[in-house]
Design a protein around this ligand. Sequence first.
Ligand SMILES: Cc1ncc(COP(=O)(O)O)c(C=O)c1O
Length: 371
Amino acid sequence: MTYRTPMSAPEISEEDIGLVVEVLRSGTLSLGPYLDRFESAFAGYIGARYAVAVSSGTAALHLCLLASGIGPGDEVITSPFSFVSSANCILHAGAAPVFADIDEDSLNLDPVRAAEAVTDKTRAILPIHVFGQPADMTAIMALAADRGLTVIEDACEAIGAEHRGVKVGRFGKAGVFSFYANKQMTTGEGAVITTEDAAFATLLRSLRNQGRDEGGAWLSHPRLGYNYRMTEMSAALGVSQISRIEAILARRAAVAKRYREELAGVEGAALISPVEGTTRLSWFAAAIRLADGIHRDRVIAALDAAGVPSRAYFSPLHLEPVYRARGYGPGDFPVTERVAASTLALPFHSNMADSDIALVCEALARALRRS
Ligand SMILES: Cc1ncc(COP(=O)(O)O)c(C=O)c1O
């Protein structure tokens, strides 16, 4: 099927291309100057002391748990309404993911449910800022302080988002931002971890680079590490993209605004909105919630037949085979299951034309009339 507009599209400028070509011509393709430049620029943007770039958001989450000393016997509380790697990384670290249900408005971890899930094995909370909407970090940080828990923020979808005037990625021990090609900014594949903790940042740099110490010999590996390095091509793309991130976010906010205007006339579908405490939603996707009684998968099929892609974002993680095998099943998290069955993402990218947004919304209106 050729679609009339893509689900997502990276915004690649001539400057981006120029910088990547410059790296290719330089001959230094890994551990070069662009890695440092990107990390400094990213830390500056978030307002964090340290930024450590790695090969993906999944790798970043894995390293954050390892560097926090989380492993076998430990429990980490997280949301079942997310992309799979936010829970998988807990398994990668050898710990046990413990799901807690979400808040119906923010679609993020409900701090009350998270508090109920704490046991004497709980070591950390891993909230996700889903669709660029910050989780309730005021309540989550209070819970973590009260119970002595580490907080790792999965901000993969939320660069620039703010909770009560503070950028996400600045609340927890660490914040993780992904730059996969469907994200607000991209490095192809890649991610950055932000933190205020110097020793934590140093450990992350060692773990991403085969356990080497900074400045140590190439074949000296004081600890078990990984190859989670970001390439220089990616870092150069990151330098170029982060330099215009505010313009990208503004274009995405304008696309979301246009969607909201068009959807005002479409009965049975509502675009996500900032919740109480969100002072800035960073638009990752045009996620909509369908009214009760509408069959979401039929809407997706009707859109597809009209040449419009859409996605059933997200499918509850606790119902994936890996988590069912750990004892989870239908009915465990009613809010997540209700939200997941009625939420979908429409095509969204920073340079989406008004005419394409209108086309998507007309196709949606027709699909809803039929479903
Ligand atoms: C919420 C969330 N967490 C984690 C990830 C993993 O990031 P990556 O694809 O860079 O591994 C993604 C995106 O892909 C995501 O959306």
